[in-house]
Design a protein around this ligand. Structure first.
Ligand code: GSH
Length: 214
């Protein structure tokens, strides 16, 4: 196993990044500067023609898509606690993970990059405004999950859902959502960020947890 993770600071790639640190496994972190367009360099597009992070490379095998990467890592490192090992607990965790990935995450893309959906400047403003409202509602759903956390999203062990919750709540700050107005999630995110392994990923990405500005 020779693992390399292509990630961008503050992007969704934080989820596998934090999990690799939690697994305490050797890996090579490779930073992709999205603001400089490095994801569209020919060498990167050869790796992932969609021009997105994260990308995991293991012994030359390229894997994209967060859920696929997490399932791959979980199979390789079952003791890391990325997902519950089996049964209903695993299915429920996957249910939430897939929802975060296929619904919450793309809603934020409508906030952050409305230009991906229309080149009409007025329509972009409308898309953004509507997506901010939807995003807030989705963060409220995550808040309800965090209220039941015991103490982590899936129970006794921190894992992928906590990392995704951190990423999505942090992005909320860019959507004008004050994280402290979602106190259960904000508490969970702060506890998760304080874990030494997670703190290493945060340090490498130089992340500020609360990016909300009045
Ligand atoms: N469905 C993909 C989404 C990946 C994605 O949206 N990545 C974003 C960062 S959060 C990206 O690389 N954006 C760069 C761009 O679109 O130019 C996954 O699960 O990996």
């Amino acid at each position: 196993m020779s693992l390399k993770l292509f990630f961008a600071p503050g992007a969704c790639s934080f989820v596998p990044h934090a999990m690799l640190e939690m697994a305490d496994v050797a890996f090579e972190p490779a930073m992709v500067k999205l603001h400089k367009g490095e994801q569209r360099n020919p060498e990167y597009l050869a790796l992932n023609p969609r021009g997105q992070v994260p990308v995991l490379v293991d012994d030359g095998e390229v894997i994209t898509q967060i859920v696929a990467i997490l399932l791959y890592l979980d199979e390789k490192m079952p003791l890391a606690g990325i997902l519950p090992p089996a049964g209903v607990a695993r299915s429920r965790a996957l249910q939430k993970l897939v929802w975060m990935n296929n619904s919450v995450h793309p809603t934020f893309t409508h906030v952050f990059m409305p230009e991906k959906f229309t080149d009409d400047a007025e329509a972009q403003k409308a898309i953004r405004a509507f997506a901010v409202l939807r995003y807030r509602e989705m963060l409220e759903e995550i808040e309800a999950m965090a209220e039941k956390a015991a103490p982590w999203m899936v129970g006794e062990r921190p894992g992928a859902l906590d990392a995704y919750a951190l990423t999505l709540l942090r992005w909320g700050g860019y959507a004008g959502i004050d994280p402290t107005t979602l106190p259960a999630t904000w508490g969970l995110v702060q506890r998760f960020a304080a874990l030494p392994a997670v703190a290493r990923a945060i340090e490498r990405e130089r992340l500020q947890l609360n990016v909300f500005k009045q």
